[in-house]
Design a binder for this molecule. Sequence first.
Ligand SMILES: Cc1cc2nc3c(=O)[nH]c(=O)nc-3n(C[C@H](O)[C@H](O)[C@H](O)COP(=O)(O)O)c2cc1C
Length: 216
Amino acid sequence: MEQQDLSNYRKSYEKGELLETKVPEEPIELFRDWFLVADQSDMVDEANAMTVSTIGLDGYPKSRVVLLKRYTFEGFIFYTNYNSEKGRAIEANNNLCLSFFWPGLERQIIIKGQAEKIAENMSDGYFESRPEGSKIGAWASNQSEVVNSRDELDEKLKYYSEKFEGQEILRPKHWGGYLIRPISMEFWQGRPNRMHDRIRYTLNEDFSWKIERLAP
Ligand SMILES: Cc1cc2nc3c(=O)[nH]c(=O)nc-3n(C[C@H](O)[C@H](O)[C@H](O)COP(=O)(O)O)c2cc1C
């Protein structure tokens, strides 16, 4: 294949600014402001899709996209299979990085934090709210394990669909939520001439937040 040279891909970022004199004391408030804009914007599809990076058991970082399902003053929640590759990685090292990139708004948010499993009844509550097909899928897929064929997956789905027919589908114990409590949150707003605005919040020992501007 011909080599692909992307060195002429260039773009000027002109959609907004981020000033330390105007940001709130609590980063979750800025997150909420940005998230609401992203969620309502025609320029952003799936505003709640975020990249989650873990440190794997093999020592390599790994990133994958998951859906943010809730954010509060405590932190950020997503749901997954606790036995998946990410689940095992978190078991060994619960330091995580979450990131959002909303190109239509020229914005990026990078969050570092520590993950913990949420309470079982919270995971039950969310599982209960999911469509039946997703519930069956949670039973049928041993997320991140090697499968022999598509047929094998389809057969497992069929097996669990029949098994649960007419019955309440309870949450498998290996499926649930993680809460990531942030220790730092960095907000990036694209600006012209590569002079982007970067504001980083770092959690202090007294749980207040230090606010700093970073060079782009
Ligand atoms: C848009 C999008 C949303 C996704 N949402 C989730 C999710 O909420 N939970 C999840 O476990 N996987 C989700 N996935 C799949 C993950 O990216 C990943 O393939 C899966 O979690 C297995 O990752 P692991 O093997 O690193 O544990 C999503 C993928 C995409 C592209």
